[in-house]
Design a protein around this ligand. Structure first.
Ligand SMILES: [Mg+2]
Ligand SMILES: [Zn+2]
Length: 210
């Protein structure tokens, strides 16, 4: 096999993914949320995730959970809520491939989580791990979140991304809207991102999917 053919096979076997922030992106932001009864999906999220999934994207959640390090809730609390959320989504035919989370903080209350880690966003540890775990082609992938740190991978690789919602500082939102960030666009919510992503996918000449 010629080198270029070999390379083609490798790329074809790679998967595309959407890296999703959790709080403020999938569910309504409530500071240090850990109870089911406080969890509410944002409008259009289920529809948006379904669209992305139908278009062949792996759905991967990448979330900072410093509330664990701060001692506001336990890792077990977080995992319990995660299991429940993943099951609710599964009951809606939405498959979350994996949930990556960072419980650390450099000055965490709990010494177990006191760490200047390489996973807390904007660091790329969780993204890198997901790329390895699922053989992801970043060129065909997206990040979505309500803070710029959720799109940090778009600054360092050719992954594209969306800043959504109103959580980020207004001047940063304006700069994103003005196109100051090459691979990051602004949308109101996850559903709008899903529409945009799926349209881009369909617009490739010859019907070829990226
Ligand atoms: Mg968030
Ligand atoms: Zn970490």
């Amino acid at each position: 096999m010629a080198f270029w053919e070999y390379r083609q096979v490798i790329v074809e076997n790679m998967e595309k993914a959407v890296f999703l922030d959790r709080d403020g992106t999938i569910n309504v932001e409530r500071n240090y949320l850990y109870r089911q009864e406080d969890f509410a999906f944002l409008p259009g999220v289920l529809e948006g995730l379904r669209l992305l999934q139908k278009d062949g994207f792996r759905l991967i959640i990448v979330t900072n959970q410093s509330g664990i390090g701060r001692g506001y809730y336990s890792e077990a609390d977080f995992l319990k809520l995660t299991d429940w959320m993943v099951e609710v989504l599964a009951s809606q035919d939405i498959t979350i491939s994996r949930v990556y989370y960072c419980p650390h903080l450099p000055d965490a209350e709990n010494i177990r989580y006191r760490k200047a880690c390489n996973c807390r966003k904007p660091a790329l540890g969780m993204f890198r791990q997901a790329v390895t775990d699922f053989n992801i082609n970043l060129h065909a992938s997206y990040a979505v979140g309500d803070r710029m740190r959720d799109c940090s991978i778009c600054l360092e690789t050719d992954c594209k991304g969306y800043l959504i919602g109103q959580s980020e500082e207004q001047d940063i939102v304006e700069r994103v809207k003005a196109g100051e960030y090459k691979r990051i666009a602004y949308k109101e919510n996850l559903y709008e991102c899903a529409l945009d992503i799926c349209m881009n996918t369909l617009q490739i000449p010859g019907g070829e999917r990226k």
